[in-house]
Design a protein around this ligand. Structure first.
Ligand code: MG
Length: 175
């Protein structure tokens, strides 16, 4: 098994739609950023990448790269999931916490879980969405997301101590 953790924050900004967890939420302000600013998808993407020790979201999808200007963050999540699957792992579950003063997430949580279930190809009951207000933190103009993921091995990877003839002779010559 592998565990992964991701964190992200974005500042609220006028004139852009608010997207959280791949769901557009009706609100006077959205989240600024080079991409669509989806703070929750970014945190989950980094948790997936971290679990397999892959480069982080900022390295794979540089904010200085024009390709990702205004990008749908679902693309980042899909790439992270592809890497997880290629490494021989499947997602067991995802848990997350959003910290933001507004809007209230409770009424959107079910839609976010459904959307994430579709993107991650796991049941919605394997996805935790919790939301808190930033009491005493002075971050009322930001949205913050924390995410953890648990991965399970789906297939055997080649053993480091292969017993095939070729490997044995290579191993001998190395030592
Ligand atoms: Mg981000």
């Amino acid at each position: 098994m592998r565990i992964g953790y991701g964190w992200d924050s974005h500042e609220f900004k006028s004139g852009v739609p608010l997207r959280i967890g791949g769901v557009e939420i009706d609100h006077p302000k959205g989240l600024g950023g080079h991409s669509d600013g989806d703070v929750l998808l970014h945190a989950i993407t980094d948790a997936l990448l971290g679990a397999i020790a892959a480069p982080d979201i900022g390295t794979l999808f540089s904010p200085s790269d024009a390709r990702w200007k205004g990008a749908d963050s679902a693309l980042f999540l899909e790439e992270a999931l592809h890497r997880v699957n290629s490494a021989g792992y499947a997602i067991a579950n995802v848990d997350s916490t959003l910290i933001l003063a507004q809007p209230k997430i409770g009424s959107h949580a079910a839609a976010i879980r459904e959307r994430l279930a579709g993107l991650l190809n796991i049941p919605a009951n394997c996805i935790g969405i919790k939301a808190k207000t930033p009491e005493g933190m002075g971050t009322d103009n930001a949205a913050i997301a924390h995410a953890t993921v648990l991965l399970e091995k789906t297939k055997a990877t080649p053993s480091r101590r292969s017993t095939s003839k070729t490997s044995r002779s290579q191993s001998k010559s190395r030592h």
